[in-house]
Design a protein around this ligand. Structure first.
Ligand code: ZN
Length: 324
């Protein structure tokens, strides 16, 4: 079973707080202890070797990975993994390396944080001005927050216009906070034995991209950047925002045509369909406590969701006259 995270931190991060959950080091260590006690935790090479010999993800085992390339990968997560002797893969969004660019979802979180900390008079004024820039009316703060949360790369102009009304200085944030890994930190992770993978160039929602060639470019070029940086010929890839609406045949073709693209990882789910290895996304802190990891609960819920999804497909096939 593949298990995925984004960040682990003891402190609340304004660029994450409104778009991602984030476990504390203590909660994360509970997960690691539970995985180590439950089944072997494999490194990427072991997963890839099983795939090469025609097998699916080895039953009863785990693989741990992290998306987006946050700086905590080097400062918080890697030291914990090394202490527990747990291997892992870090998937990098390569345009963010060295803090050259702010991820649009992190900018959305900073916008929401600014709105939440404004006085009610100030918030009403900011909401009115964002409405003017977006040619919309936001009768409530919640309506504006909901709108912001549903924006993706194709609406980056709207996100940046809102950020500008809110007085958020992206360059200063990148400089002061350094939210993403540097190339030096990536090389250190590789030297410590971790696997580096790619997570696209710019973290677009690929299902909104339309052109298959543009999707291929994001996958292949980001894998090339990581492969060149760490000096390997092939790296794994994790699909930003998950692959549920992507054309599987196209992804398979991309992988076949480009040997630099290794195993592909999906988000949120259980299983391995021979192309995509699904992951339990384990950032959610719900159910963690003194008695330890919430991973068993997250895994149970994922099995349940998977069962419901399979049942829906079966019902749809019966309704359309196909054999289930
Ligand atoms: Zn991501």
């Amino acid at each position: 079973m593949a298990v995925g995270y984004h960040c682990v931190s003891n402190t609340r991060q304004p660029h994450l707080a409104h778009v991602l959950d984030c476990k504390t080091p203590t909660e994360f260590e509970s997960d690691l202890r539970w995985m180590a006690a439950t089944g072997p935790v494999l490194n990427y090479e072991e997963v890839a070797a099983a795939r090469r010999s025609g097998k699916r993800f080895p039953r009863g085992s785990f693989h741990v990975s992290f998306d987006d390339g946050f700086s905590e990968s080097a400062t918080v997560i890697a030291p914990i993994l090394l202490r527990h002797k747990i291997p892992a893969t870090f998937f990098l969004t390569t345009d963010f390396l060295d803090n050259r660019r702010l991820f649009h979802r992190n900018l959305i979180s900073l916008c929401i944080e600014r709105l939440r900390t404004a006085s009610s008079t100030e918030e009403a004024d900011l909401r009115r001005r964002i409405g003017i820039s977006a040619h919309r009316r936001f009768p409530s703060a919640e309506g504006l927050v909901r709108w912001l949360r549903h924006l993706f790369h194709d609406r980056v102009d709207s996100i940046e216009a809102a950020a500008s009304v809110l007085g958020i200085d992206r360059a200063a944030f990148l400089e002061d906070r350094s939210p993403y890994l540097t190339r030096g930190q990536v090389l250190r992770l590789a030297a410590d034995g971790f696997t580096l993978g790619a997570h696209s160039l710019s973290h677009p929602r690929m299902s909104l991209m339309g052109r298959p060639a543009a999707i291929e470019h994001e996958i292949v070029e980001s894998c090339r950047v990581v492969a060149d940086l760490v000096g390997v010929s092939q790296v794994p890839f994790s699909v930003p925002f998950g692959a549920s609406r992507l054309n599987r045949r196209h992804l398979k073709e991309v992988q076949r045509r480009n040997p630099v693209v290794g195993c592909m990882f999906d988000a949120d789910g259980i299983g391995d369909d021979g192309l995509l290895i699904s992951r339990i996304m384990a950032d959610n802190q719900r159910g963690t406590g003194d008695d330890g990891s919430n991973l068993p609960g997250l895994i149970r819920r994922a099995w349940l969701r998977g069962g419901i999804k399979r049942a829906k497909v079966g019902i749809r096939r019966i309704a359309t006259g196909d054999r289930p």
